[in-house]
Design a protein around this ligand. Structure first.
Ligand SMILES: [Zn+2]
Length: 302
């Protein structure tokens, strides 16, 4: 993907490093993205408010939506720790790349929302190292990138890209871009009402039914990532092999592929993200059509 020297989003917060980066830890927690009212005069969010949000989140079923299942088991995480190791060499380049991709998603979705008489409010994208606090709970390297509806933020530890390349066999900058576009896809779902509806509906569902619903949510996010890839193509920013990298990534992180790799047995009723075939197909559907309207994963067979 052609990205060097291009416009970067201003909605990326770099919280890597022990100092908390440009944005302090306390400022980062909550921020202005919280949609749950904190009561009159509630300026900042104290620990109490955060606890309440977590409880409300649990009651409403506001779960973080990840790219994967959160069971990477890479052992590279730093669960429970608040330490902030310095960024690895080369990560700044990666941070620039992420910010350009985020800008591209904002340009696309702003356009699509206008076409539909709506207003796109960008997500915040938080880069962290080690672990970080989200309104959905602790973010750490092991969970993989995720979107937290409660603070409308995408959380990503850039070392995940090493995992994607080395353990999932999904190299390439466009595989990395797909990860971001998928998470932003969840933000789009939050704005269109798909996620709130999902959070409500799963309250009265069995685990198996909720899993099946989750698969449809995730496949739509993959389809939206495909729509974004189409947009990049329209802008003449694609390079040879880009789309193949994203499709390979979608295949490598299918539930069946992950279960096969990690537990040697595949249990379809536990799928939450879709099979390799489903994920790559829905990405491709978005890519081929370039139309978010083609991403209805809810009304028919998937
Ligand atoms: Zn997801």
């Amino acid at each position: 993907m052609k990205w060097r020297g291009r416009k970067r989003s201003s909605n990326v917060q770099d919280r890597r490093g022990s100092g908390g980066g440009m944005f302090g830890r306390s400022a980062g927690v909550g921020g202005s993205g919280i949609r749950i009212p904190t009561g009159p005069g509630g300026g900042g969010l104290g620990i109490g408010a955060i606890v309440i949000i977590l409880i409300v989140g649990a009651v409403l079923g506001i779960n973080p939506l990840s790219l994967l299942d959160g069971s990477l088991g890479t052992g590279t995480g730093d669960r429970g720790s608040v330490s902030r190791p310095l960024p690895e060499a080369g990560e700044d380049d990666l941070a620039d790349f992420v910010a350009v991709v985020v800008q591209d998603t904002e340009d696309l979705w702003t356009e699509v929302f206008i076409e539909n008489g709506m207003t796109y409010v960008p997500a915040t994208v938080v880069l962290f190292s080690g672990s970080d606090q989200s309104a959905c709970g602790l973010a750490d390297a092991r969970t993989g990138p995720f979107y937290c509806p409660a603070d409308q933020s995408v959380y990503i530890d850039l070392t995940f890209y090493d995992t994607l390349r080395q353990q999932f066999g999904a190299p390439g900058d466009f595989a990395q871009a797909y990860v971001i576009a998928h998470e932003v896809g969840h933000h789009v779902q939050n704005l269109t009402g798909v996620l709130p509806e999902y959070a409500q509906a799963i309250q009265s569902m069995s685990e198996e039914e909720a899993n099946a619903y989750s698969v449809r949510i995730e496949l739509q996010a993959d389809c939206y990532a495909g729509v974004w890839a189409n947009y990049i193509g329209e802008e003449n920013l694609l390079e040879d092999g880009d789309v193949a990298e994203a499709i390979n990534a979608a295949e490598q992180i299918g539930d069946d592929a992950i279960q096969e790799r990690t537990q040697g047995v595949v249990i379809p009723k536990t799928f939450t993200h879709g099979t390799s075939a489903q994920r790559s197909e829905w990405f491709d559907r978005g890519y081929q059509s370039g139309d978010a309207g083609a991403c209805d994963t809810f009304s028919g067979p998937i």
